[in-house]
Write a protein that binds this ligand. Structure first.
Ligand code: SF4
Length: 236
């Protein structure tokens, strides 16, 4: 799809319910379309919606090898319950090789490099076969996300244009949890232990009342994004 068509779709679909935005994505990009799912609250809402619209829709999991066991358990329960044939992407470099090359606990010394190896590299490979990429980003999650559109053009690796689709861009946290509870969707139990945003175990901590929702990620560091949503180049 051309850049101008994506821009037009973004304008037309702004304000539409997430299901309508997903229907548009499926119609235009399936099977070269996937949702990247880390089994956070937004991702399970989208996976649940997407499964109803297109039962064989592609759902990708970037397995860094450093997730909480609770996250992996959620992955297993969720995929079993909804009959999802999850596609996993792992880093080319094993954790053992990373430890040997860069030293153990790289995330403590150079979290950007660690994310580049364990998250961005496998995502690049995952996106290589796609024209449409669905994410669970919301505008009120972080200042870096406040201007996202429901449909965006992004240039990836070889300068190829893909559509990045953010069906929950306009939703708030309450709407996400209302949907999860309404449909009885199994979720990561860490959310009941004051975790608000769940990534790799070494870089995630619970959030205290009144703290910024993203403050539980890379606590004590300037870092606020892992690179998954910043390595592509947004057009327009
Ligand atoms: S979130 Fe932490 S452990 Fe996970 S890839 Fe990034 S730096 Fe490494």
């Amino acid at each position: 799809m051309e850049e101008v068509q994506l821009k037009d779709a973004a304008e037309r679909l702004e304000g539409s319910p997430p299901g309508v935005i997903l229907e548009w994505a499926v119609e235009n990009f399936h099977p070269r379309l996937a949702l990247t799912c880390s089994f956070g609250a937004e991702d399970i809402v989208l996976a649940h919606l997407l499964k109803q619209i297109q039962p064989d829709a592609r759902i990708y999991f970037i397995n860094t090898g450093l997730h909480f066991s609770d996250t992996l358990e959620t992955r297993d329960i969720f995929t079993r319950r909804y009959g999802i044939n999850l596609e996993e992407f792992r880093p080319s470099m094993s954790l053992a090789d990373q430890d040997a090359v860069h030293g153990e606990r790289l995330y403590e010394r150079d979290s950007d490099r660690c994310c580049a190896i364990r998250k961005v590299e496998p995502l690049r490979r995952a996106l290589a076969g796609l024209d449409g990429w669905i994410t669970g980003l919301r505008r009120d999650q972080a200042p870096t996300r406040k201007n996202i559109k429901v449909v965006e053009g992004h240039r990836v690796g070889d300068d190829r244009l893909i559509a990045k689709i953010n069906p929950l861009a306009a939703w708030n946290e309450r709407e996400v949890w209302d949907y999860i509870r309404l449909h009885g969707i199994p979720y990561n139990r860490l959310f009941d232990q004051s975790y608000l945003s769940i990534g790799c175990a070494p870089c995630t901590r619970p959030v205290q009342p009144g703290e910024d929702p993203r403050s539980g990620r890379w606590a004590g560091k300037e870092k606020t994004e892992c690179g998954l949503h910043t390595f592509t180049k947004k057009t327009g």
